[in-house]
Structures are given as structure tokens and as C-alpha cells.
Write a protein that binds this ligand. Sequence first.
Ligand SMILES: *Cc1c(COP(=O)(O)O)cnc(C)c1O
Length: 456
Amino acid sequence: MNKNDIPYKIYLSENEMPKDWYNVRADMKKKPAPLLNPKTHAALKYEDLRPVFCDELVKQELNDDDRLIPIPKAILDFYRMYRPSPLVRAYCLEKKLDTPAHIYYKFEGNNTSGSHKLNSAIAQAYYAKEQGLKGVTTETGAGQWGTALSMACAYFGIDCKVFMVKCSYEQKPFRREVMRTYGASVTPSPSMTTDIGKKINAEFPGTSGSLGCAISEAVECAAKSPGYRYVLGSVLNMVLLHQSIIGLETKSALDKYCIVPDIIIGCAGGGSNLGGLISPFMGEVLRGEKNYKFIAVEPASCPSFTRGKFVYDFCDTGHVCPLAKMYTLGSEFIPSASHAGGLRYHGMSPVLSELYDEGLLEARAVKQTSVFEAATEFARVEGILPAPESSHAIKVAIDEALKCKETGEAKNIVFGLTGTGYFDMKAYENFNDGKMSDYIPSDEDLKRGFDALPKF
Ligand SMILES: *Cc1c(COP(=O)(O)O)cnc(C)c1O
């Protein structure tokens, strides 16, 4: 096909949108390890998880067998408000880099929440509503997940209580106000409204909080509020399932123009966007039909894949959540104040962890300043101001495109552009002022996190 036959943006029509989510676990020979009870270490079953999560979501979490799961009509209707999302050919970036590579990105920032998180938020709010619940509780770090969930809850008319990591609550007042505008209540964490919050405040006076601590508070709050359940925006199998819409649309768009990707790249925080983007492609690999190179990109300041251990760990600081087998830095690991808040979680999706362990997925850790250099280069030619998290994927896409320049190969590179960075201008300011640092934890720092891993 002639280079110019491929448009800048490949849009699917609304009726070409997938009608089912794709469950990659169905094609995995070795399934991700089950969640365990943190006290007894018994594998958790449907009945055990029902007090915490919505019934239908528990079923999805535990479903390792069904390849396709129908997307309910009410969710499809909501998806239609901002999907299908475009697959963009980065012609301008290619030209700037002077590379023979063809670069494509799937842009998920085209909604008010500014990221892919809305794809799962709307599904989780829907199932809570269907179950007749009053509302849901959650945590948010940088604020993207809380924003997405408040939009979703407003749409279905249920209550949304968000525990927001205290330093973000203070540093990102605009995010907080978007959530409140959509009707959510936002509490800085650690708060004095939960037992675990009080305990952490007493132990660490003046602490600015962490994601692991906010999770514990949200879980406790849900358990104590009749008619509420807890919801989580990443890591879990069900979240990867919902995010498979990203990969399914990407695949349809590429298929339309007979484009076969060589490399597929995504940033990895808890693994949901990357898992969603690669799922249908990984399915082809697992079934022995195709071969692709997949790259997970993480911050060097929070290197769960590249320097973590593949063991059972706590998902939260308060140790109230189930144990998950994943690549982890330990639930006590406190990453430095990186600007990619959405990538600061200590663990990683059990599905991706298993695939990485089997060598089906590669991982790279990149430094913060190199990420912002890539973000700036991208913004100036492609127009979109990328989220710091997404810019991790941009950085590695650029690296791969430059390798193609050396070798003269016209590889097809696809990456996930998960969101926009309008609420991250403090980070950009830091970078523009030359004040950004590249903190990388020492082995000694990591050891502290590993020492706190559960031993059994
Ligand atoms: C939350 C977030 C991420 C990281 O989360 P994953 O679950 O790893 O996808 C990446 N990009 C953006 C814009 C986010 O908001």
C-alpha cells in the first residue's frame, strides 16, 4: 500500500466498535495466580470477594475461561460518547525523527477525564448500579482514576467517595474540583475518617500519603458503609478485561489497512492500559498464530518489572486487601515524588506479571527527564500535550524509531497514548525550568521494600 493511502487518523465507525471485551486469560496456558486471603493464605473464591467488590465484577475477576464477555448495552451507549478513539499515524513525528519506521498511536485522551481510565470506570459504575448499590469508594493518586469514576457515577446516578493521596489533593486542586463538579466527595488520605487513616496519621505525623494507604482507607470505608462496594482502577484482571476495548479497536483499525505491527509499546503503572492494548495481539501469540514484540515502559523511580520480585504481596499499606502474585517492589516501598503519579504503584497486574515471567513481554525503565524530553518533542510536532505517564511510551517509541533509522528498517511501531497532561503543568514547569531530577532508588532503598514482603 502506498504510504499516503493511510490517513492521519483511522477512525472506526460506531457500529464497528467491539461488542465484547476480550479476556486474554482464556488463551493463557499458565493462568495468573489466584488472589489469596491475607490472613489464611487460602485462594479467594466468589463468596470471599463479594463483600468487597460488586458481584458481576467478582465473576469477571475470577473468569479465566471465557474468551469473550459481552459488553452490556448501557456501557456501549456510554462508550459511544467518546469512542471509538482514533488510531493516529504519527506522520509529523516520523518526519521530525527522519525515520523509515511507521509510528501509530492509539489516543485515549479524548474525554474529560483525560485518560483511558473511563473505559473501566463506566463498567464498574454500571455493575454497581445494576446490583442496586448506593455508591462506591475508591482511591486516587494523581487524580485521573477518581475523575473518571466520578464521571461514570454521575452518569448512572450513584454516589462516589474518593480518597485522594494528600499531596495530590493539595497540589492538584483542579483535579479535585473536577471530581466535585461531577458530584464525588473527595477526602485527603490519610484521613481521620477511617481506623487505618488514624493509625497511619499517628505513626507518621504530617505524612503526605501514598496510594497503598488510600486504598486501605477506601476499602475500610466501603466495608463500613451499607450499600457500598470498593472499586479499583488498575491491576485487577477485570480492569484489564474492560481495557481490552483499546486493543480490539486498535486491531480493527490496523486490519482495515492491512498493517501488521512489529512492536507494541505501552506505559505500565498497574498495567491496565498496556494489558488492554496488547491483549488481542497477545492472544494471537499465545495461540501460536503471530509474533509481536511487546514493551512495557516504567519509570526508573518505580521499577516494578525491571527490578521487582515476582512473589505474593500485599496490594495496600494497611494489608486489608487480598494478596496478589505479581512483580512488586513491596507494599512498603515509597517511590520518590515522580511526576508520573499514575505509574507510582508498587505492584503490577498479575496477568502481565505472568506474561513477563514467561518472556512474552519485555520491560524497560526510563528516566524522568528523558520522558519529558520525549513529551516535549512529541507535543511540538503532533500537537497533543501528552500526560507524563503516556510519555513513557512515547520515549520508547522514539528510541525504537531511531533504531530503525540506523538499520533502515520500516518497522510498524504502535504505542498507547493514554492521556493528556493539562493537569500536569507543574511537572512541565519543573522540566521547563531545568529543575527536574532523576531519582533512581538504590539497591538499599529497594531492599527495604523487599524486607516487608509477606513471608510464607
Ligand atoms: C493511570 C494512568 C496510567 C497508568 O495506569 P495503568 O493501569 O498502568 O494503565 C497511564 N496513563 C495515564 C494517562 C493514566 O491516567
